[in-house]
Design a protein around this ligand. Structure first.
Ligand code: NAD
Length: 296
């Protein structure tokens, strides 16, 4: 049983912290959203009123925050954890952020003797709830070995991608592909509907054919085809369009930096930006399906 401080109890962080509690860890939580904190208290977590209190006597800190600026604030700002964490504490950041920020936080914490890994996740809210997330870890081997038992309470597959930042690069490559698959699946399903086919039948056909992919298997974007996914719940919950837009921005920055050609990723970024501009930023990313709806 470890003493863990958990920061960021949103769609992903809430169920992840719950799984740490279920595994018997001593978890103290912090979030700006007091409702989210109360919810975790109800499940047996302790709560801290600020970052400094949260950091006291912890063996591990886990953060699950929206974007790079939140991670920088929580660790490196004047009120940040860097001023409070002891060298015995190991830091796990599971937010999806740019690799440069992950490396900066790793370096600055490292100068104070605090070990850090970037450990972004794949598997969505369903995976967070079921404790079956995939963790993609960047950091030193000895830190990877130290965090593996903690991550295994929240996930099923834990990969060591390489040094600091490698977890974030791998995550961004994966999410760029996911966005392309979601757009492609959406346009294929809509074309089938436009030609009189039933989207459920079409999905079953593609699942047994060469178009098979993760979105069809677990996250069908067409309402009514699959239960318990955001498309059958007015696209609420899940992974917000604005977070996918953020990830595609990170992917394009990474591609520029490495002179990689990513035309499909660039198109997906444009489509998700447009979808967000049309007012769907807070909906789940599978709502891109509605962009292809044939209203005639
Ligand atoms: P979310 O917006 O639901 O949750 C973020 C939480 O962080 C909120 O509760 C917010 O109040 C809290 N927060 C923000 N700033 C804070 C601060 N300074 N101190 C304390 N709490 C703060 O987001 P999410 O969907 O849980 O995603 C979190 C991260 O996980 C993102 O980086 C996202 O890209 C990544 N991710 C999400 C999914 C998904 O399916 N939702 C899947 C994989 C990865």
């Amino acid at each position: 049983m470890a003493k863990i401080g958990f920061i960021g109890l949103g769609n992903m962080g809430g169920p992840m912290a719950e799984n740490l509690l279920k595994a018997g860890h001593d978890v103290t939580v912090f979030d700006l959203n007091t409702e989210a904190v109360k919810n975790l208290e109800g499940l047996g977590a302790r709560s801290a009123s600020n970052l400094q209190t949260l950091a006291q006597d912890k063996e591990f800190i886990v953060t699950m925050l929206p974007a790079s600026q939140h991670v920088k604030n929580v660790y490196l700002s004047d009120e940040g954890l860097i001023h409070t964490l002891s060298a015995e504490c190991v830091v796990i950041d599971s937010s999806t952020i740019d690799a440069a920020t992950a490396k900066l936080v790793a370096q600055q914490l490292g100068e104070r003797g605090v070990q850090f890994v970037d450990a972004p996740v794949s598997g969505g809210v369903g995976g967070a709830k079921a404790g079956t997330l995939t963790f993609i870890v960047g950091g030193e081997q000895k830190t990877f070995s130290a965090v593996e038992p903690i991550l295994s309470a929240m996930g099923k597959n834990i990969f060591h991608a390489g040094d600091h930042g490698a977890g974030q690069v791998a995550k961004i490559c994966n999410n760029m592909l996911l966005s392309i698959l979601m757009v492609g699946t959406s346009e294929a399903l809509q074309m089938a509907i436009d030609n009189g086919l039933d989207p459920k039948v079409m999905s079953d056909i593609m699942l047994k054919s060469s178009g098979r992919n993760w979105t069809l298997e677990l996250y069908n974007p067409c309402p009514g085809v699959m239960d318990n996914v955001p498309s059958s719940n007015q696209y609420q919950g899940g992974f917000m369009v604005d977070l996918m837009k953020k990830d595609l921005g990170l992917a394009m920055e990474t591609a520029t930096h490495s002179s990689s050609s990513t035309p499909m990723g660039a198109l997906a970024q444009s489509l998700y930006t447009l979808h967000s501009q049309h007012g769907y930023g807070k909906q789940d990313f599978s709502s891109i399906f509605t962009m292809f709806e044939n209203k005639k």
